[in-house]
Design a protein. Structure first.
Length: 132
């Protein structure tokens, strides 16, 4: 199994409704995002997926989130995060956007997205067999 990973970042504010503690107040994070693709075979070029392609797609998604209040972020007039914009929901949003942006490939499949709120705390989203 081959795996590639790229990294990008963005800064944004958010608050968690009905949360007791600091997270209930508006605050910001310098988010670090890692996107992973996996596959069994390499292309004719010897690559699973060009780092540049994955990086460009990840940066495009992060650009939408950068310098925003995630609680107020809308896409086509609809709130991007229904409910609290938690690291878990941010990871899922980025994953689903990357699936749209990345070229279809028989070899490489988007595997997971990690979102770090701090250098020591992260959430991961990956499509599993849970039906999510």
């Amino acid at each position: 199994m081959y795996e590639v990973c790229v990294e990008a970042d963005f800064s944004a504010a958010h608050f968690l409704r009905s949360f007791r503690g600091k997270g209930g107040n508006i605050h910001g994070h310098n988010y670090r995002v890692l996107a992973y693709a996996r596959g069994e075979e390499l292309g004719d070029d010897g690559m699973l997926l060009d780092f540049g392609v994955l990086t460009a797609a990840l940066r495009e998604v992060c650009k939408v989130l950068d310098c925003s209040n995630l609680n107020e972020l809308k896409e086509n007039g609809v709130p991007v995060f229904r409910g609290n914009p938690t690291a878990e929901r941010i990871a899922r949003f980025i994953f689903l956007q990357l699936e749209i942006l990345l070229p279809r490939s028989n070899a490489a499949k988007l595997y997971a997205v990690d979102v770090y709120e701090t250098p020591r705390t992260k959430a991961r989203y990956s499509k599993g067999k849970t039906g999510i």
